[in-house]
Design a protein around this ligand. Structure first.
Ligand code: BEZ
Length: 222
């Protein structure tokens, strides 16, 4: 099982550190990010959740609600949250600034295609890979990235991708390689030149190419 870009994200019901949630109700009209973690009390996950906690203001700025998932119990999540807070030099309370889903039966891990076949706990049960799902206010999947358990994510890259997703959701541009917010964007290839000139009054720079085709069109970020 799994989920493809453009699919409606499942409206699952789950136990979390902030009580039982129904995903679509929890998301409301916001963007959302769901990050899965292989297991509680593991080193790479601890650094990742600490980083997520520190980046809450950046996600709030982008109106993105955050939620994490790991295959252990709510009780374990509370205990582990104390360690995560201590690691990032915060008061060691049993709470992070976003909920963590308890997926002990791996039901969501299977439904969302997040199992890492290479990683098992000491009972032989499979662990989750490091999945990143960004969900739009329309509840559809906008981005999915899957890392193995042994590679920690780069949350600066995830914020960069969210900037691109939110820009391209409302403006007819795409973002080029290594783009960062505020930099030049690319005019979508399916927009005819006349329409593009009206849409992008800041100007369009068309790169000359051996093929003489005019598809490499840059414009300041609208
Ligand atoms: C970790 O979070 O450190 C981790 C978890 C499972 C496998 C490998 C690393």
């Amino acid at each position: 099982m799994g989920i493809n870009l453009g699919d409606t994200f499942p409206n699952f019901v789950a136990d979390t550190t902030e009580g039982t949630i129904k995903f679509h109700d929890w998301l409301g009209d916001s963007w959302g990010i769901l990050c899965s973690h292989p297991a509680d009390y593991t080193p790479v996950c601890t650094t990742e959740l600490g980083c997520m906690a520190k980046l809450v203001p950046e996600f709030q700025k982008r109106k993105v609600k955050m939620i994490a998932l790991s295959v252990d119990s709510v009780q374990d999540h509370h205990g582990w949250s104390q360690d995560i807070n201590a690691f990032i030099e915060q008061p060691p309370v049993q709470k992070l600034p976003f909920p963590i889903i308890a997926d002990e039966k791996r039901e969501l891990a299977v439904q969302l295609g997040m199992i890492d076949p290479a990683e098992r706990n000491k009972e032989g049960l499979p662990l989750t890979a490091r999945a990143v799902f960004v969900i739009g206010p329309d509840k559809k999947l906008k981005l999915s990235i899957l890392y193995p358990a042994t590679t920690g994510r780069n949350f600066n890259e995830i914020l960069r991708v969210i900037d691109s997703l939110q820009l391209t959701a409302c403006k007819k541009v795409a973002t080029p390689v290594n783009w960062k917010a505020g930099e030049e964007c690319m005019v979508l290839p399916n927009i005819p030149a006349e329409e593009a000139a009206k849409l992008f009054p800041k100007g369009i720079r068309t790169e000359k190419l051996p093929s003489s085709k005019s598809y490499l069109r840059f414009t300041p970020q609208p």
